[in-house]
Each structure stands twice: as C-alpha cells, then as structure tokens.
Design a protein around this ligand. Structure first.
Ligand code: CP
Length: 321
C-alpha cells in the first residue's frame, strides 16, 4: 500500500479487516515494523478519535507520532497552483510538503470540505497536493469527501459483530440513515461508508434520506436508495446513523425534521439492529439518548476499533516501503 485515501488503495478488504482484528487480539505483534520511523499527523481541523487512535496505532507499531495542528498552530497554507499569495496564506503546500517529507516516513492529514464550492471540495485538492509534493506515503485522516479510516473501522466492527451473531450465511442488511442536525455537515462519512460497503459487497445495503439529500452516485451506486426511513429499517441488522448536508444544491440544510431521529420505536422495525455512528454525535438531535445509552448501540466498540484500523493501514504501508 503506497497511500491510503480511499477504498481504491486496498486490494483485499477482508484481509485488511483480518489484520486489524489480529492486532486487536495482539496489539504489539508488529512492534518491530515502525522502529526508527516517524509519522507526522497534520490536522487542519479538530479531531479527538482520529488523532488519538492514529497516535496509539503508530506507537503500537514502534513508531514515533508527532501531531501538528496546522490549522491553528502552523502557517496558513496555500494549495492553488500558480497562486499569487498576496492574501492570507503564508506558505505554499509545494514548499511545505517536501519539508514534511524530510521529517517523516509517513504523512497523515485531516482536512475538511469548505461546503461552499462542490467542484473544489470534490477535486480533493488538499490531499492530492500533499501526495504530489510530500514524496512519502500519505494517509487520509478524513478529506473533503471521504473518511477511509472510519469506514475501515466500520467494516471491522460489522465483521466482529457478524462473527458473534447468527445472521450469516445470509447477507446482513445494513442501512445508512440520514439524521437531523443543526448545522451543515460534510458528506465524507456517508460517502465513504457507502463506498466501502459497496466495495465489500457482502451486505444488502440500503440508504435512506429525505428528498434532496442524494449523495454522489459515484459512491452510492450499488445501494438501494429510499426516502422512506421506516421501509428501509424493516429487518435491518445494522443501522448506521449520520447527518450530511445537501450534495446537489451544495452544503445546505433543507430539512431538520426530528422525525428522522432514530428512536427505540423505530428500532422495533429492525432485526434487533446494532446501531452505529462515527461520533461526535449531538444527543437528542441526531440520535436519541435511549438509543445511545441502550443495548443496541455499538458506538464505543466502533470508536475503540479506530486504533486497529489505523494500525492495520500503517503496518501495510510500513511493510510496502
Ligand atoms: N469519527 C471521527 O473522525 O472522530 P473525530 O472527529 O473525533 O476524529
């Protein structure tokens, strides 16, 4: 594995999931892989889980992890080619990224979309410029359109739960449902979850959202899409809850109908579904207390698995170097 920015960087999802679960069983098995190696974790935006789990994963592999909050502590970076830098940006990525390439063996980056210009966000300029100029492997800690470490974690968590259940040999029904929120959020987690579940190909995958909240077909193709949440939830084995803003009329909130929030009553429609969310979550807006504090929630297990997802990816890159 050279870089890790989407599911397309993975040749065998099940094998990567297996590697993550073997690290979960034996966290220090790969401690020799990262000796005398250093990862730089650059954050242009806030994070709790991604930041901590990536550092722990690196340390489990014997690597040193250095976190740099570029967004709040670094020089404001310019990403446009041929920019005339007479505004607020101080340093071009063309100059900064090769320096990171000298300091680190792997570069991991978190950026967010602007949610103002869809073409710019979906061009993934930031992460592509780091790949172009750093000269070392780049790992996405969430980009403008995708969150691959989260999605790998989600497949790991589903695999783990399937092993404990009697669902197989039939395919599990996995439902991605839109949920209300008070501010426009990126489509990254929903895009990425869709991309990974479709590529994994081992589920009956349904996406449900209000009208006008369509995601990009480049990620959702292969899923069944419905505007009827109750219909979607029927017989579900896993319900993945997430808000996202509009894709077509980009970055807007049209709908904050509290009727879309998952409750125990709605959960009765499912096959005792496990409920997932990437966190952070706005309680009683996006997801109800009764679900989050109830027996069907696997959100803490899911967040814990972020370590093993990151460790599997970093070890693949270290072994390819
Ligand atoms: N799920 C996730 O990426 O969490 P953080 O934003 O806290 O990293």
């Amino acid at each position: 594995m050279k870089n890790f920015v989407s599911v397309h960087d993975v040749t065998d999802i099940d094998s990567l999931v297996g590697k993550a679960l073997s690290y979960k069983a034996n966290p220090y098995a790969g401690q020799h892989l990262g000796v005398n190696k250093r990862i730089g974790c650059l954050f242009l935006n806030p994070s709790m889980r991604t930041r901590l789990s990536t550092q722990i994963a690196a340390q489990n592999l014997g690597m040193e992890a250095i976190v740099f909050n570029v967004g709040s502590e670094g020089w404001a970076l310019e990403f446009e080619e041929e920019a005339i830098m007479s505004g607020t940006t101080v340093e071009h990525v063309k100059d900064a990224a090769p320096v990171f390439g000298k300091y680190f063996d792997i570069l991991a980056i978190r950026t967010f979309p602007s949610l103002k210009n869809r073409e710019d966000d979906y061009s993934e300029l930031y992460i592509k410029q780091f790949i172009k100029y750093a000269g070392i492997p780049v790992v996405s800690l969430e980009s403008a359109t995708l969150h691959p470490l989260q999605s790998l974690t989600d497949v790991i968590t589903i695999t783990e739960e399937l092993k404990k259940s009697k669902i197989q040999p039939r395919k599990p029904k996995i439902v991605l449902t839109w949920a209300p929120h008070v501010k426009p959020l990126p489509q990254c987690v929903a895009n990425s979850f869709s991309q990974w579940i479709n590529a994994w190909g081992q589920a009956d995958f349904v996406i449900t959202h209000p009208e006008d909240y369509e995601l990009s077909e480049s990620f959702t193709n292969g899923a069944t899409i419905t505007h009827h949440q109750d219909e979607a939830l029927k017989g579900a084995d896993f319900v993945y809850v997430k808000n996202w803003s509009t894709f077509n009329d980009y970055g807007k909130i049209y709908e904050s109908d509290p009727g879309w929030m998952l409750t125990n009553k709605k959960l009765e429609l499912t096959n005792h579904a496990k409920v997932m969310h990437c966190l952070p979550v706005r309680r009683n807006v996006e997801l109800s207390d009764e679900i989050l504090d109830g027996p069907n929630s696997i959100i803490t297990q899911e967040a814990g698995n972020r370590v093993w997802a990151a460790q599997a990816v970093l070890s693949e890159i270290l072994q390819s170097k």
